[in-house]
Design a protein around this ligand. Structure first.
Ligand SMILES: *Cc1c(COP(=O)(O)O)cnc(C)c1O
Length: 385
């Protein structure tokens, strides 16, 4: 008996760089600043809240769109922070992490042959999700100037065709650590005004914006919010990336289509975490205090590299710090990241991994969502180069 050959739906997809670099880091005993996750635990009160929900018998299927308590807590929070009142019943759906929210938004909106503009470098799930929907990813590269990365909106505008169905944005931005500002949202609004183009806004780092700057949520922008799926993740906000729970907010007509797909690609997210998180959200302190928490780690990491041969790029948001290494090596990024892991024993991620086609910028990404001791161990090694 032989297994029938399968024609791959995703022929270009292999093992992700995060898996490869984490394996290499483990093999060489390197400090892992590669994959983006905290090496410290979440708040014990959050674990208690989920455990309480389980003990209270909240262990059966929740409503398809999410526990009403959690949707209400999300709606209240978004309204308080960004001034848009999403209807918790019709406009918010709890998802299995931001990843499932993203693929579901794409699957419900993108038809075969539709074009979706993505701004590279970008999170690795966007393009495979578009391809699964039969869509065509249209990458537009970010501009890399003296002051770091920004989005060239003129080039985004030039990439729009009659087939453009959606534009995907991400702020704060992984991997670059850049953020969109009001002027960026206005530029995007000018591009989509008078068209049927939808916006997918990945805002999983919404609470990691530094130096007193405001998160420019698409939900804050009335023109964009009317046509946007806004995605967030409790994994990032509450230091529980392994929980894989997040949500999507969108105007009712978009959310109705979203739920048709969500109903069959997931149906619903586990019940106790929804109730636990809903209870935990009553206290805004955990996300209110997050910018200060991570800004201190960012500053510690930047100060440690300030005297090194790495050139620091601006880091306005996320828990990532990008650096140029041109003064150290002329190696391509993937090779440099491997060398760094093997020889210096600090793992990083090559930014080239976030492009669909080969793009070398001489930049790698470090994750600073780590205990101070972890950061200091990495800095001691990096400073010796
Ligand atoms: C981590 C991450 C996600 C995925 O979030 P999950 O809740 O773990 O699925 C999506 N987008 C970006 C930019 C991320 O960094």
């Amino acid at each position: 008996m032989t297994t029938p050959a399968l024609q791959s739906r995703l022929p270009a997809v292999g093992t992700t760089i995060f898996t490869l670099m984490s394996a290499l880091a483990a093999e060489h005993g390197a400090v892992n600043l590669g994959q983006g996750f905290p090496d410290f635990d979440c708040d014990a009160r959050l674990v208690d809240a989920v455990a309480d929900a389980m003990r209270a018998g909240l262990n059966q299927y929740p409503p398809m769109a999410g526990a009403p308590q959690l949707r209400a807590a999300i709606a209240a929070k978004v309204a308080a922070l960004y001034g848009r009142s999403y209807d918790a019943h019709a406009e918010i759906t709890v998802t299995a992490g931001a990843t499932q929210g993203i693929v579901t938004a794409i699957l419900c909106a993108v038809h075969p042959g539709d074009e979706v503009i993505v701004i590279e470098p970008c999170y690795d799930s966007y393009q495979p999700s578009i391809v699964l929907a039969g869509g065509v990813p249209v990458p537009v590269p970010m501009r890399l100037g003296e002051h770091g990365y920004d989005v060239p909106w003129d080039r985004v505008a030039a990439a729009v065709t009659a087939r453009t169905r959606m534009i995907v944005v991400n702020t704060p931005h992984n991997p670059t650590g850049s953020i969109l500002r009001q002027a960026d949202l206005d530029a995007l609004a000018a591009i989509v005004a008078g068209t049927d183009i939808l916006v997918l806004s990945d805002e999983v780092y919404e609470h990691m914006v530094y130096d007193g700057q405001q998160h420019a949520s698409v939900s804050r922008h009335p023109v964009l919010a009317e046509r946007a799926f806004v995605v967030s993740s409790f994994g990032k906000t509450y230091h529980v990336t392994g929980w894989k729970i997040g949500y999507v907010a969108a105007p009712a007509p978009l959310m109705a289509e979203f739920r048709k797909v969500h109903q069959y690609d997931l149906f619903s997210v586990n019940t106790p975490m929804q109730h636990g998180i809903a209870a935990y959200m009553a206290d805004p302190a955990p996300y209110r205090d997050l910018p200060a928490f991570y800004q201190r780690k960012r500053d510690l990491f930047r100060a440690g590299l300030a005297g090194s041969r790495f050139e620091l790029l601006p880091a306005d948001g996320t828990y990532f710090q990008c650096v140029r290494y041109g003064a150290i090596s002329a190696m391509p990024e993937a090779q440099f990241a491997q060398w760094l892991t093997r020889e210096v024993k600090v793992a990083a991620i090559p930014v080239s991994a976030f492009y669909g086609s080969p793009t070398e910028s001489g930049i790698v990404r470090f994750c600073f969502a780590k205990q101070d001791a972890t950061l200091q161990a990495a800095l001691a090694r990096l400073a010796r180069i």
